[in-house]
Design a binder for this molecule. Sequence first.
Ligand SMILES: CC(C)(COP(=O)(O)OP(=O)(O)OC[C@H]1O[C@@H](n2cnc3c(N)ncnc32)[C@H](O)[C@@H]1OP(=O)(O)O)[C@@H](O)C(=O)NCCC(=O)NCCS
Length: 325
Amino acid sequence: MATPQTQPRAAVIVRPLVESELPQADQMVRVAFGTFLGMADPSTFMGDANYAFTRWKADPAAVLAAVHDGKLVGSCFATNWGSFGFFGPLTVAPEHWGRGIAQQLLGHTMEILRGWGVRHSGLYTFAHSPKHMALYQKFGFWPRDLVANVIKPVGDVAPQMPPDTSRFNDAKIEDRAQLLAACREVTNANFEGLDVSREIRAIAEQKLGNTIMVWDGSSLAAFAVCHTGPRSEAGTGVCYVKFAAVRPGPRAVDNLGRLLGAIEAFARCAWAHKIMAGVNVARRETFQALVDNGFRGDSQGVAMESGDASSGYNRAGVFILDDWR
Ligand SMILES: CC(C)(COP(=O)(O)OP(=O)(O)OC[C@H]1O[C@@H](n2cnc3c(N)ncnc32)[C@H](O)[C@@H]1OP(=O)(O)O)[C@@H](O)C(=O)NCCC(=O)NCCS
């Protein structure tokens, strides 16, 4: 959608979003994306799935509000995964597009990422939008590989939960720190310092789904952070793999297959009729394994990243599923 370039700049106050603003921020995210995508009723974007509430509750200090004339006109959600950080959704109320508000939000978002000390950062955006490309390039992000958002219907006869599988939310509270450490070991083996503990805890605390863990004896082989149901990032009838990682090595492809089987069994127990996941296509073996396991492309976007092509974890040999949306 073309944005008028003659709009006067709008000076905004950028500050942390407060809880009482969440309903409005949630609505603005839907209307902004729905408008950009040309939906007849933009407010229905994402159905009963939710990002604003879940992400704010997971890390309130990582969410920014832009306020103009006392009114909320934009917001940006950042996510801290240890050595890696990303941001999104970033939205501005459509009537204020083209007035420099996103750039003001992004200036402050960059300070948050710097404060976390991440060594790599990125975002997911629309590959077809010159506006989005130009906006993020101003902040040092460069378009890199495509991100495939893939789906698979959940079969009527889904596999039983495979042996050597457990679920984080079912573990005793006193065992959870050890399980988080096991997950960190797997993410760290893919990208040093990568840590999605906050996602795993958010799912357990907010009852958004579960984290599926696949074991090789006492060693964690793979895990998947799965949202499911209304008010999660999945929505009714969907199991959304927000993040998954497999220990790299000769058994990685087999273990990814085991993990996908366990996800399907979980999805069926949760009454989901489809599984959604995302993968950067530069992670070739992982993308190929998804295709081989019956996943089909549903949509795609592009990853924009800081640093050069060798930094980050979008490359062959990395066994991670995520989309940074
Ligand atoms: C994307 C979005 C956040 C941008 O917000 P915004 O406040 O309109 O953006 P800004 O005005 O700060 O910046 C846009 C910049 O892109 C530039 N731009 C727009 N179209 C362009 C084009 N075709 N080529 C190059 N630059 C372009 C503008 O000129 C402006 O830069 P300038 O201020 O130097 O002139 C807003 O449009 C939105 O909410 N969209 C829907 C949700 C969405 O897509 N979010 C981002 C998902 S990754």
